[in-house]
Structures are given as C-alpha cells and as structure tokens.
Ligand binder design. Structure first.
Ligand SMILES: Cc1cc2nc3c(=O)[nH]c(=O)nc-3n(C[C@H](O)[C@H](O)[C@H](O)COP(=O)(O)O)c2cc1C
Length: 214
C-alpha cells in the first residue's frame, strides 16, 4: 500500500488522549504572553482538517489580533453579557449571581475578554447544515490550542451586539455567526474536567439499556 504523507506540524506532539482529557474552559488568559502567528496557523490548519457536510467547508474564521480592537470588542462583550443577565434574571453585579451558578465563571470571562491576546470569531458562509459542519473544526481548534499550551473557551455573543461586531470588523451580511473563542496562555491550569459518566449518558442496543461497563 502506498504510504500517505500527512505532514502534521512538528509542534503538535501531544497525544490526542492527553489533549482531550485536559482541555477545559480557560477564562483567564495572560495578556503579557504573546501568541504567535505561526501558532495560529497551526490551530487554524488543524480546524480546516475537520469533517464537514459534503466537504463544502462552510466555516470561516475572523482572527482578531489588534489590541485596540480586542479592547473595544471586550467592552462590548462585557456590556452585552450583563445586559442579557439583567434582562433574564435581574442581576446587575456578581453579588447577585447564586454561589453555585456556572454563570459566576462566565461573568469572569466578561471581565477578562479585554485581556485576551487573540479572539477568533467563527462564522459559516451559509445556513442549514453549516452549523453542524462548523463545530467539528472548532473542536479541532480547541484541541490543537491545548496541545500548544494555549487556553481557550468557547463562548457565544448576545444577539443585540452582533450587528455592531459585524460592522466593527467588516463582516459581510451573509456570514452566519457561530461562536467566539478567546485564546492565550492560561493564568491557571488545564484539566481534568468533571463530566457525567458514560454509563449515565449511553444506551446499549435499546434506549435505556445500560452499557456493559455499568
Ligand atoms: C455552545 C457552548 C456555549 C458556551 N458559552 C459559554 C459562554 O457564553 N460563556 C462561558 O464562559 N463559557 C461558555 N461555554 C463553555 C462552557 O461553559 C464549558 O465548556 C463548560 O462549562 C465545561 O467547562 P470545563 O470544560 O472547564 O469543564 C460554552 C460552551 C459551549 C459548548
């Protein structure tokens, strides 16, 4: 059989299991440790290798590097985040968020977005299956960033700010926004994560039958 040369970048040496089991939401990023263009190319190249419907490759990535733009975007993210929680729950400060709520972490990200060395906005150039075709690439992106020692967190944007964000960066109106990913070296540690056991999430042969490792 003919040998296929894959030529993955030499920097992506972390075993895939280690990357998957230690990748977690990193919301506090080091503003003083730069992420290089070469690292971003590795990350985006790995995203481009992901499965997608009919190999139509609808995903498009907007990489925001410019400090002033990230500061402006971060302020918008902060305002939108709090506007949404004010509308939904009447919260106006962190003291209003219940102790055990995951929103406490998300509120931290609203503070931190301005510090992100890089922000990637992920779009697709069409609707329909395009969203499902975009997220496998996003997962590759998160894992390859982890393999390079870079922290990420997948986040969304409030619908109210989408027009402002798209205008700010000249995004054409036909692009469909999917998620926003700040990237940088972590202030804090990677994994492990806490997830439901697969004995709870998995059925075997018939819905509700447990898997053999139950
Ligand atoms: C579709 C989606 C939307 C998310 N939105 C946010 C968000 O708006 N803000 C945030 O801080 N984290 C967001 N996250 C990250 C999740 O909160 C995180 O993956 C989850 O809590 C597990 O965290 P862990 O991997 O650190 O254990 C989102 C993740 C996904 C997949």
């Amino acid at each position: 059989m003919e040998m296929v040369r894959l030529n993955p970048p030499a920097e992506l040496t972390m075993p895939v299991g280690d990357a998957m089991y230690s990748q977690r939401a990193i919301r506090r990023l080091d503003p003083n440790r730069p992420v290089t263009d070469a690292q971003l190319k590795i990350i985006l190249d790995s995203a481009s290798k992901a499965p997608n419907g009919g190999n139509a490759q609808p995903a498009r990535y907007l990489v925001i590097r410019e400090r002033g733009a990230i500061k402006e975007f971060g302020k918008l993210y902060f305002e939108a985040w709090w506007a949404k929680r004010r509308d939904a729950y009447g919260w106006t400060s962190k003291a209003d968020i219940p102790e055990d709520s995951q929103y406490r972490f998300a509120a931290g990200l609203a503070d931190e977005m301005v510090n992100a060395p890089v922000v990637i906005l992920v779009y697709s150039n069409s609707t329909g299956v395009a969203a499902s075709s975009t997220f496998p690439g996003v997962q590759n992106l998160l894992l390859s960033a982890r393999a390079l020692g870079l922290g990420t967190v997948l986040t969304t944007l409030h619908a109210d700010v989408m027009e402002q964000v798209n205008t700010m960066f000249g995004v054409p109106s036909e692009m469909v926004f999917h998620c926003c990913i700040p990237i940088g070296y972590p202030r804090g540690n990677f994994g492990p994560t806490s997830r439901l056991p697969t004995s709870v999430t998995t059925s075997w042969d018939r819905w509700g039958n447990p898997p053999p490792w139950k």
